[in-house]
Design a binder for this molecule. Sequence first.
Ligand code: ADP
Length: 593
Amino acid sequence: MRMRALTLAADDQYEMAIPHRLRTLAIPTVVAVFVTAGVGAISMWRVYDNDRLISHNYEVKSALDALLSAVTDAETGQRGFLITGDSSYLDPYERGTARIHNALEQIASLTPDNPTQTRRLSELRPSVDEKLEELRETVAVRRTNGFEAAQRIVLTDAGKATMNRIRALVGDMHREENVLLTTRRGQSSARFWTAIATDTTVTLVALVLLALVASVSRRREAEAETRDRIALRLAAIVEFSADAIIAKDLNSTITAWNAAAERLFGYTAKEAIGQSIRIVIPPDRQHEEDEVLARLRRGETITDFETERMAKDGRLIEVSLTVSPVKNASGEIVGASKIARDLTPLRLYATELEQKVGERTADLQAANTRLEAFAFSVAHDLRAPLRGMHGLAQALLEDYGSRLDATGHDYAQRIVDEATTMDVLINDLLAYGRLSHVELAISPVDLREVLDASLYAVRDDVQRSGAHVDIAPQLPTVQGNRSVLIQVFSNLLSNAVKFGGRDPRVRVWAETREPRTAQVWIEDQGIGIAPAHQERIFGVFERLHGTETYPGTGIGLAIVKKGIERLGGRVGVESQEGRGSRFWVELPRAEAA
Ligand code: ADP
């Protein structure tokens, strides 16, 4: 049902175009066919008319011949009777006389519209009458007065002269008919070829037009077939889409409802089509439809609008809607297509995913903690033999120093130095590991006091470098752990002195940030850090220089980051290479007492 509805809708759009185009070509074609038929008929009629006139000429000519033959027959019969006196010769004479009259009437009836022939006929009639009279008189004389008397009349040559006149007039009339005949034959042939040429031309034009109409309609048919195929394919896509696809008009009346819409909302297409789309909108969200309609009328498309819709059984479904205006052939907005995606599976999947990520993170954290605990215990266990090595080397130098030559002395001293370096490293590692394990007691800590303690912890470095350290007299009290904070600021101050250049100048101050945060700055004017390295220096063993240039373990800033994060704060740096560094630490401020 629905697929058919879509197909029809697609056809509707083109319904106007095809007949119009066909009409444009069909009208001249029909006209051409009628003209062809008309011209053909007229041309043929004119040829036929001419032929009729030609046969008329022949009729006139044969009537003239009949007249002449009748007169000749009558004269022959008269001559026979005159010479022989045998009355059997009077038969042809009488038959001839009788035919003469008929022949004259026929000529008269055939030539009434030809004035020349009528005039000649009027000249012919008295001559024929005269001839008949001469014949009748000689026959009568022969009967009554005998051959001699009749011969005398004949010898006057009056009859011969009449006969010559008749022959001459008949000859003239023949010539007249011959002239007409020649003209008409010429006309007949010309008309025949004109008719053929006209008919051929018009027929060709009609054929071309017909071919055009045929090709246009074939193309239209092919286009219509393609449109049908596309419409069917689209209908199939809509029907089998996993998302609900609905069409509605601007009165919110549902006009299409695919299978996924049936599954999602529980209404069959039969139930839904013709109803208002508001049946799937929960009562407290009805205003959304008004807003959607207003936006559609403005030609807007609404994408990924997350909301709730209601199934037939009253169940609320989380959906993401995409609503686009539908236009008719003339571009007017007549409705909307709506794609409703059920977000429930997505939400379930997201929750499942979050749960899995949580589990994996917990596993990783546990593995990390176990690894750190292992490193911590290894470091711890290494400390005792190291201290032993350090003490023995020290004892060697003190108790047997006088017996060692210079090389032996140097070796023993290097054992003491290396053991010291290793001890620092192990201490740093233990400090870092401890930060992961130890429960940290959080309480208000006076930062000014912490900074004093930190400065005291690095007093040797400060003295050695001749650094000038300026700590602001007023520093806030924060929520934290005193010993962790002393470690953090000792490391930062030690770095500021170490990387502070020839004449280190270190400045420490604090700013308050809302809500309830303190930001402490440790600024030096030393070698600075390129932006590319500013993140990674907070990782374990990340160093930007060799130990010959700047001694160190690469754990100091890792301890800073871990310590501050365990206290719920943040740490960072602003710096440019060669232009000093400003490390900052953000911590929650303690409640004012
Ligand atoms: P260490 O100081 O033992 O090398 P840290 O973890 O404290 O290790 O510092 C890591 C690296 O960060 C240092 O080696 C140094 O390259 C860079 N760095 C730290 N503080 C500063 C500073 N104030 N100025 C310039 N570079 C610094």
